[in-house]
Design a protein around this ligand. Structure first.
Ligand code: NAP
Length: 355
């Protein structure tokens, strides 16, 4: 018999203008599920998430070279989840092999890549398929038509983008409208307390014009916003375990003036969170993303089940983030992107209108 899904106190939001209702917190597999975490511990993390109201799981063809999809698919099967209870999302772009047609957003790779992902996941369909990056070498019409083909085939219900510029997302909408085809419903974007320009400013007209949804990643800045890197790199942490230029760069950055300045702000935020909200800085950082009205879901990353439980304490912090509290946080952060000007001609009370 299928395991019964209980949403509990997990809020659900529509993903952009689509009818898909996503949990405010979901779980992703980058680096962890199928990567640094394999076998039974993957099951424990996914089961813990499911038992706590998380029924949405995000992965990508490229995560652990396909092993993330393999592990997540295996666990879904072994735990006996009912497919209709779940939202499974995957992403295409980097591929799992290096051939000239094994990645990118050509019609060939979008169709072949989707089929391979479904095979690894042991699923008939994913709920949302993402273009993991834009592909400036392929005409937008080919990209839009190929994702629509995938949807018409029933291999995905919706398509979406990740780390596309506002211009590229607007172009996808323009081409979709011109061709009478389905446009992307959401953007999977990086958004955390120290990364704000693109999600809060560049995309702002897209929220108003297209009701763009967001599946936010790295809300904890890869763990930095938990405060665990305040006094160096702990040996069992992502920055100690992962190799390669991205992580070497991050470690160097922690030692830079900018890095030290941000660690200092994290210390101030920790004190604020403890004193004023009776919460940890990680809960505050996650709740802060969740209260943003343009966030559809915050994708958590976790290398242990306890981190999932700990991070869901953010749900208790959300009601405490009143406008006054948010203003105090802005004072600590000091990095709020300036709104687009209306040239002094139009008052901005109540924010800018829908377009
Ligand atoms: N579309 C894209 O390009 C893209 C890019 C990145 C991520 N994503 C998606 O978003 C998901 C989340 O991204 P992310 O992993 O960067 O998110 P994150 O929340 O910023 O970082 C998660 C990592 O922080 C550490 N952590 C989390 N909670 C903790 C806690 N309570 N205490 C101590 N450490 C804690 C863990 O790492 P350790 O325990 O290993 O230190 C964990 O794996 C990914 O799995 C993926 O699905 C998408």
């Amino acid at each position: 018999m299928a395991l019964e899904f209980k949403a509990g106190n997990m809020p659900f939001r529509r993903l952009g203008s689509s009818g898909l209702r996503v949990p405010l917190f979901s779980l992703g597999g980058w680096l962890t599920l199928g990567g640094s975490v394999k076998g039974d511990p993957v099951k424990e993390i996914i089961k813990t998430a499911f038992d706590n109201g998380i029924n949405m799981f995000d992965t990508a063809e490229a995560y652990a070279k396909g092993q993330s999809e393999v592990e997540i698919g295996r666990v879904i099967k072994e735990l006996g989840f009912r497919r209709s209870d779940l939202i499974v999302t995957t992403k295409l772009f980097w591929g799992v092999r290096d051939g000239p047609n094994d990645g990118g957003l050509s019609r060939k790779h979008i169709i072949e890549g989707t089929k391979e992902s479904l095979e690894r996941l042991q699923l008939d369909y994913v709920d949302v398929i993402f273009a993991h990056r834009p592909d400036p070498t392929i005409p937008m019409e080919e990209v839009v038509r190929a994702f629509n083909f995938v949807i018409e085939k029933g291999w995905a219900f919706y398509w979406a983008t990740s780390e596309w510029s506002a211009y590229e997302i607007a172009e996808a909408h323009h081409v979709s409208t011109k061709l009478g085809l389905i446009a992307p419903i959401a953007e999977q974007c990086k958004h955390h307390m120290f990364h704000r320009e693109r999600p809060e400013k560049e995309y702002e007209p897209l929220y108003r014009k297209y009701n763009l949804g967001t599946t936010v990643f790295s809300a904890l800045a890869q763990g930095i916003l938990t405060g665990k890197y305040n006094n160096g790199v702990p040996p069992d942490s992502r920055l100690a375990i992962e190799k390669g230029p991205l992580f070497e760069g991050l470690k160097k950055w922690l030692d830079s003036d900018e890095g030290k300045d941000q660690i200092n702000k994290i210390k101030q935020l920790s004190e604020f969170a403890e004193k004023e909200l009776n919460a940890s800085v990680s809960s505050l950082a996650l709740a802060w993303i969740a209260v943003n009205p343009n966030t559809s879901t915050v994708i958590l990353g976790a290398s242990k089940p306890e981190q999932v439980v700990e991070n869901l304490k953010a749900l208790e912090v959300i009601p405490k983030l009143t406008p006054e509290v948010l203003e105090k946080i802005e004072v600590i952060l000091g990095n709020k992107p300036a709104p687009d000007p209306t040239y002094g001609r139009f008052p901005l009370q109540g924010g800018l209108p829908k377009l």
